[in-house]
Design a protein around this ligand. Structure first.
Ligand code: C2E
Ligand code: CA
Ligand code: CA
Length: 929
């Protein structure tokens, strides 16, 4: 133990001795002998040549040497890079440099500011610094903003007064530094000023005072430059474009010991030069030192531009990765989360949709009118729907768990059920009519569909039976019966019902010798209601009118709706004379007229006020030979007369009209015989092109009666159409035309001509029209092209789809198709667009209006022609009667002409002669009758 203690004491003594040995030389350095004074090296940033700098610093150099007698003070004037090198080589104890550099040294090397420099400028002590932007006195630059896009010379990127102070002014004003063309013209401030003087730059950023110092040297013309936006800085002797910032700084470097720093700082601040000495010093000479000033303002400027010491060093790859790691990780995690949520949502949505679908199916099944019964594999009822209960009378709890056998009526035998289950086993479904028994014992027919539902293992899980009660059929039949006598819109009896009642009344009136009346009420201009307010409002108006009629009439009067806007009132035969009946009917009619005239307010807004035209026929004993429809017709005629009389009136059936009708009837009878009696004649009217060459003819029908009178088609065609006779007549005309075309092939003068026939809309509507026509045309083969069919727009009015289909078939057969009377009908452009007509015939009404001055109709005709030609059609004008019309039409681009001027309709054989002669004498334009 003693030995251990001794060893420790020994080690302790040894350590103390070693420490003392190390300490001695250090103590000797700290208190040097007078002969060997320590060296204190001060580095000064040199801006100008060594002699100039020497002159500037000489006085304080001297004074400092005197103030620090224990040191050997050395001054080294070094330009930028050399100064920095000396600092990093730890060759210097202190540095005197500009404030920007000083700040950099504080931040980068750990230098400590100990004093700021006081200069003497214009006899004044000065411890501040400003920047200035010099521009040519006669130049265009007046404001900082004017520098945009201009060339600016500056000292260096390191220079505070020669770059950043001015840049800070630009920055403060929001001027984009990138909008300036920078020109590094340093390191000497004079060089930067030269760039402006020589015109290489538009402005020079230099430290304030440089130019003035140079002028003082006599090296420049003070009028050459002016400062940009000069600042008012009281007491500051130089032109400046920026505010004042602290001037140069003295810093000690970190390797310098504390006592040395203290000695130096105290010595610097103690320096005072005598007045007399200062007077001998040059301008800009350093005359003393003040305590260090805050470098915050300068730091702000340098930080703004991220320049040393605030420059942002480029990040290393690793740093960049590190910096990005968190955001990347966060983004990745976010993405993962979003994807997960999306997947979850999607799956949920899919599940939800499935559920909804299943539910919808179930709901539809269970809410449906059809009875539904779900049975398990052991054929026990699992579920039924309300319709099941409705049809069978069994509540769910009465049937669930039981077998469907309880519904059996006994009408089907076991074999029937066996085959049903067999079908289910093989096909999985059975369908058929089956008689079941309701709970109340009633046996009823049902239409049953059973489907087997299999599980994933292929085994039957359930059977679903869906059935409808077929006993509704009886009810439906009754409903149909009711509908067939009732107008569904107004619930009034319909025409059928009316005729039945009328027939009954006719018998009754005959038996009882009484008279009644039939009133046909037509709503004037009803179509306008539809046009203006739409069909729904139209329906509403009809229902309201029906209601008013019903309300106003006696219970045994009958009111029916017979066509869309026509009502018929049947007043029963109660009157002893036709006069009395007429009298009573008149009274009722007038009353109804005023009732219906009351304005109707539409539920969709708007008010409609209608007038009515009423035709009355007295029904009674007299007209034994008439049937129910004849009475209706009589009332209709009377109503037409009321319309002709200007509407809104009541009119009685007039026997004179009846006579006219009788005449029409006779004519119709005669026309029916006309084909058979060979009374129909074909006339042809020539069609010419613009050069008056014959291109074809239109076939126009004439009826030559036995007495020789010619009946105009304008008179008999409507009659033929109304009676349906137009069908055989039209076919006859076409067959004649086809034969004519064939005959013409042998005659060169006629062989190439087109023959045009008119087709009535009534014919076109016949389902077999196209078929028959194609049959008739077949022998023509390629000549079919020469047969032209003239149709009017009315053709496409009633069943446009069917008409279009027929049209396309004809087109395909090679026939030429012409749109007749264009401009008089509906002239819907859509016809022209969808139906490829070959020829467009301008109606003669337009041609007739082509007078000497009428420019309006001329414009209209021009438009029609342009339209036709745009759709690729040949445009033909009808009814051309004068040369003037012909030349106008040709001038407007019309390609073909037809009319009395060029040839009247003439008997076919006369036309053939005319055409042949014309070939021989083409200039002969004599028209024939
Ligand atoms: P549409 O098809 O417009 O026939 C042209 C009518 O204009 C013909 O009258 C013709 O004689 C007449 N016309 C020709 N040039 C002139 C003229 O320069 N001035 C004047 N004012 N009229 C001229 P038409 O022959 O009396 O025939 C009348 C209508 O009867 C025809 O009009 C046509 O719609 C119909 N029609 C004639 N033949 C038939 C036929 O075979 N079948 C059918 N469905 N309708 C026919
Ligand atoms: Ca025609
Ligand atoms: Ca025509």
């Amino acid at each position: 133990m003693k030995a251990l203690w001794r060893t420790c004491t020994w080690i302790w003594r040894w350590l103390v001795a070693a420490w003392l040995v190390w300490l001695l030389p250090a103590a000797a350095w700290a208190h040097p002998e007078p002969g060997e004074r320590p060296v204190l090296t001060i580095g000064v940033l040199a801006i100008q040549s060594a002699p100039v700098e020497q002159a500037r610093w000489g006085a304080v150099e001297q004074a400092l040497a005197e103030a620090l007698p224990h040191y050997r003070v050395q001054w080294e004037f070094l330009p930028y890079p050399a100064l920095d090198r000396a600092i990093s080589a730890q060759h210097l104890d202190a540095v005197i440099t500009n404030p920007g550099h000083a700040l950099a040294l504080q931040y980068l090397v750990g230098a400590t500011p100990v004093a700021s420099v006081i200069r003497q400028v214009g006899g004044q002590p000065l411890a501040a610094l400003a920047g200035v932007a010099w521009v040519r006195a006669d130049g265009p630059v007046h404001q900082w903003a004017d520098l945009k896009g201009r060339r600016v010379a500056y000292v260096s990127e390191e220079s505070l007064g020669g770059r950043w102070l001015q840049s800070y002014e630009l920055y403060r004003r929001g001027i984009d530094l990138d909008a300036i063309q920078w020109l590094a013209a340093g390191p000497s401030h004079d060089g930067v000023i030269d760039a402006v003087l020589s015109g290489k730059a538009d402005a020079a950023f230099v430290r304030a005072g440089v130019w003035e110092t140079r002028l003082a040297r006599g090296a420049g013309d003070s009028r050459a430059l002016r400062p940009l936006e000069p600042q008012h800085l009281p007491g500051y002797p130089f032109a400046a474009s920026t505010p004042l910032y602290p001037d140069w700084v003295v810093l000690t470097l970190p390797a310098t010991s504390g006592p040395v720093q203290r000695d130096l700082a105290a010595a610097l601040l103690a320096i005072t030069l005598s007045e007399s000495l200062r007077a001998t010093l040059p301008d800009d000479a350093v005359i003393g030192f003040a305590p260090p000033q805050s470098s915050a303002a300068i730091a702000r400027v340098l930080r703004t531009f991220r320049v040393r010491p605030f420059a942002v060093p480029p990040l290393t790859v690793r740093e960049r990765l590190e910096a990005a790691a968190w955001p990347l990780a966060a983004a990745g995690a976010g993405l993962l989360l979003v994807s997960l949520v999306a997947i979850l949502l999607w799956r949920q949505k899919r599940r939800l949709r499935q559920l909804l679908q299943e539910q919808a199916i179930q709901a539809r099944l269970f809410d449906s009118e059809l009875g539904v019964m779900i049975v398990d594999a052991e054929r026990r009822i699992l579920r039924v729907n309300p319709a099941f209960t409705r049809i069978t009378g069994y509540h769910p709890d009465e049937v669930i768990g039981k077998t469907p056998k309880l519904l059996q009526s006994g009408r089907q035998d076991d074999a029937f059920y066996q085959s049903m289950w067999d079908a289910l086993a093989t096909k999985g479904v059975w369908q058929g009519e089956i008689w079941n028994r309701r709970k109340n014992g009633e046996v009823y027919p049902e239409w049953l569909t059973i489907s087997a539902v299999h599980g994933p293992d292929g085994q039957v899980r359930h059977y679903v039976g869906v059935f409808s009660d077929l006993s509704w059929r009886k009810a439906a039949e009754a409903q149909i019966e009711r509908l067939s006598f009732q107008d569904p819109l107004t619930d009034l009896p319909n025409r059928q019902m009316l005729l039945q009642r009328l027939q009954a009344m006719r018998v009754e009136s005959h038996e009882q010798q009484t008279y009644g009346a039939l009133l046909l009420i037509d709503l004037d201009h009803f179509h306008l209601v539809n046009d203006v307010y739409g069909p729904r409002s139209g329906d509403e108006v009809l229902r309201r009118c029906a209601q008013r009629l019903r309300d106003d009439l006696q219970p045994d009067d009958l009111v029916a709706r017979v066509t869309s806007d026509e009502f018929v009132v049947l007043l029963p035969a109660r009157h002893a004379s036709s006069h009395l009946a007429a009298f009573a009917a008149q009274a009722v009619a007038e009353r109804l007229r005023s009732v219906l005239r009351e304005p109707i307010t539409l539920s969709q807004g708007g008010t409609v006020q209608l007038t009515v035209s009423i035709g009355i026929a007295v029904v009674g004993v007299g007209g034994q030979d008439r049937d129910a429809t004849d009475w209706l017709k009589a009332a209709d005629l009377a109503m037409q007369q009321a319309k002709n009389a200007g509407r809104d009136v009541v009119h009685f059936f007039d026997p004179a009209i009846e006579q006219a009708l009788a005449k029409g009837f006779a004519l119709r009878q005669a026309l029916a015989q006309a084909i058979d009696n060979d009374e129909l004649r074909l006339y042809a009217q020539p069609q010419l092109d613009a050069d008056r060459r014959l291109v074809g003819a239109e076939v126009l029908l004439r009826w030559q009666r036995r007495d020789g009178t010619l009946v105009s088609p304008a008179e008999f065609i409507p009659l033929a159409e109304e009676s349906g006779l137009i069908v055989p007549i039209g076919r006859w005309v076409r067959q004649q035309a086809i034969a004519t075309l064939q005959r013409w092939q042998a005659r060169p003068a006629l062989a190439g001509l087109r023959l045009s026939v008119n087709i009535s809309a009534r014919e076109f509507a016949k389902p077999d029209f196209v078929e028959l026509l194609l049959q008739d045309v077949a022998p023509l083969q390629t000549l079919a092209r020469q047969l032209e069919l003239e149709v009017t727009e009315s053709l496409f009015l009633h069943n446009p789809a069917a008409a279009k289909a027929a049209f396309m078939q004809l087109k395909e057969a090679g026939l030429t198709l012409a749109l007749d009377d264009f401009g008089t009908g509906y002239s819907s452009l859509s016809y022209l667009q969808t139906l490829p007509f070959d020829v467009l015939k301008i109606d003669q009404r337009f041609v007739a209006q082509l007078g000497p001055q009428d420019t309006k109709s001329e414009a209209l005709v021009a438009t029609i022609i342009a339209l036709g030609r745009n759709f690729g059609m040949t445009v033909l004008a009808e009814g051309v009667e004068t040369e003037e019309q012909a030349s106008k039409l040709i001038a407007l681009g019309c390609q073909q002409l037809q009319g009395y001027l060029l040839g009247r309709p003439m008997p076919l054989d006369a036309f053939e002669t005319w055409a042949t002669q014309r070939q021989v004498h083409p200039d002969d334009t004599v028209t024939t009758r």
